[in-house]
Design a protein around this ligand. Sequence first.
Ligand code: C2E
Ligand code: CA
Ligand code: CA
Length: 281
Amino acid sequence: AKRSAGTDFVVYEPGLGNTTSTRKDVVAELAQAIEDGELRTVYQPLIDLRSGRPIGAEALVRWQHPVDGLRSPDQFIGLAEESGLITRIGELVLGDACRQAARWVAECQGQDDLLVTVNLSARQVADDQIVDQVREALAASGLDPHRLVLEITETVLMQDRDAAAATLWLLKGLGVRIAIDDFGTGYSSLAYLRRFPIDMLKVAREFVDGLGRDAHDDVITRAIVELAGTLGLLTVAEGVETTQQSETVTALGCDIAQGYLFSRPIEADAVSAVMSASWLS
Ligand code: C2E
Ligand code: CA
Ligand code: CA
């Protein structure tokens, strides 16, 4: 919870043992943490529903705090956005993700669909540095651009449409692919699916969660998958936690699934092990 304190914010941090620190303190701490290499990237496997095999992973940032332990992105991404530190964090995650994906590709020869996805927040899309960052991450890793999928939310697209469209087309020009994250939860103006170069829709966890229990969620998920099919977009079901959900999204024609049923986010080495075991067997 945040409350206004003059010009500053007071941030209550569960991880800090009930102490409060000013927003400036936390921003300074995050900046230092980035310097000190306390941020790292974990990966949640993506499962190809046709073959049942992992075909890649989503990169998710973690803050390994020396005293408080692991901090989840929900505890610091917002602040990173406001302060601009997200630019540096984004660069780190992009670098890690491309490097790891290039390694997975080398380890799993012949797995042509292998991909890695990376989240971009509003501020990153608004800033045209992102195009150079992506170009550099691809060049440094040697990763084939189409294996990199950048995830953005509908909200990002709707905020500053012209700037977002321009940036996405530049990114598209590098050969990367674009996904809409948490699809269906934002302002769903379907017109933007034509206006922006979109390749993939990620069906939000809140719909997947209700599958088989809430008829609305079945209808919404079916509609999203059909829309995607018509437009030639890949679909990913997010937050799959049960076998029933997995069977339902498979029956609905979803291409890919992701969720605790298959794996929590894990270290890059663990993803390597899972992928090689699956693809070399
Ligand atoms: P997201 O992009 O929607 O990522 C999915 C979140 O759902 C992840 O939380 C993941 O651990 C969690 N999740 C995956 N499967 C399941 C499941 O079956 N059940 C449930 N209950 N949860 C599941 P995480 O890693 O804590 O990330 C939270 C959010 O922080 C992300 O949501 C994303 O918006 C943001 N984020 C994470 N990493 C980055 C990053 O590198 N850059 C930016 N800009 N944002 C990031
Ligand atoms: Ca995401
Ligand atoms: Ca998501």
